[in-house]
Write a protein that binds this ligand. Structure first.
Ligand code: ADP
Ligand code: MG
Length: 251
């Protein structure tokens, strides 16, 4: 089991956004999370790398307890080096690409391994070049982000996350900020990763991607998992009224 969420609750003040989430992700799964805006999808991902701390429940990454809370008691304090280690196993790609503007494409890809993992430039460059080839951007190696399209920037962001050799890739609406004609090239890279056996959690509105590439779909609404299952079954025959209503709106 790569990730286990056990009875997760999360509140922001009086606003409860996660209300008892139980979810496991196995190795090489491509778990697609869908659901209306505000249903808690991003928060659920952000709890994995402590961008948010849970209010109750337990989270395990590869069997290791990374967060625990019993309504304010026993909130787990991990030593910083331990947390850094766990975070380096989780590659995260956001809606906004957040590349370093003053660094070239190659520099963006190698900076993580160099600063966090203390790898030498010489050691990491060949791997970075492989990754740029994987995302189809070998020719943009020495370009600055501002000279790239949104789709290209997002592909650099994926290469940059992969450079840390993560065991799990987390995608939070990676194509939502892109012009429609640029969405496909990013999804194509994600498809490749899935084919190579990468464990992935993908929050997305791309239903065709979820259907084709997802090994499982989770439908969230108002802080709970309303329904989950095989993507084709879910899209063809949703079991709940809430899922049916959601799918009617977006398709
Ligand atoms: P989704 O990704 O499904 O759109 P989010 O997880 O981003 O949903 O947000 C769930 C709810 O939590 C929303 O109502 C949002 O406004 C609220 N929320 C998210 N982050 C914070 C925060 N840091 N402080 C206060 N409220 C937040
Ligand atoms: Mg979100």
């Amino acid at each position: 089991m790569m990730i286990e969420y056990k009875n997760i609750y999360k509140s922001f003040g009086s606003l409860e956004v996660l209300k008892g989430i139980d979810l496991n992700v196995e190795k090489s799964e491509v778990l697609c999370i869908i659901g209306p805006s505000g249903s808690g999808k991003s928060t659920l991902l952000r709890c994995l790398n402590h961008l948010e701390r849970i209010t109750a429940g337990e989270i395990y990454v590869e069997g290791e307890l990374i967060d625990a809370n019993d309504n304010g008691h026993n909130q787990l304090k991990l030593p910083q080096h331990k947390m850094a280690e766990i975070c380096s196993e989780l590659g995260m790609v956001f809606q906004r690409f957040n590349l370093f503007p003053h660094m070239t494409v190659l520099e963006n890809v190698i900076t993580g391994p160099m600063t966090v993992k203390k790898e030498t430039k010489e050691a990491i460059i060949p791997y970075a070049e492989e990754l740029l080839e994987l995302v189809g951007l070998s020719d943009k190696r020495d370009e600055y982000p501002s000279r790239l399209s949104g789709g290209q920037q997002q592909r650099v962001a994926i290469a940059r996350a992969l450079a840390m050799k993560p065991k799990i890739m987390l995608f939070d609406e990676p194509t939502s900020a892109l012009d429609p004609e640029l969405v496909g090239e990013v999804l194509e890279v994600m498809k490749k990763l899935a084919r190579d056996g990468m464990t992935m959690i993908v929050v997305t509105h791309e239903m065709a991607f979820a259907r084709e590439v997802g090994t499982r779909v989770v439908f969230m609404d108002e802080g709970v998992i309303v329904e989950q299952g095989d993507p084709k079954e879910f899209f063809d025959q949703p079991k709940t009224d809430r899922a049916r209503a959601f799918l009617r709106k977006i398709v």
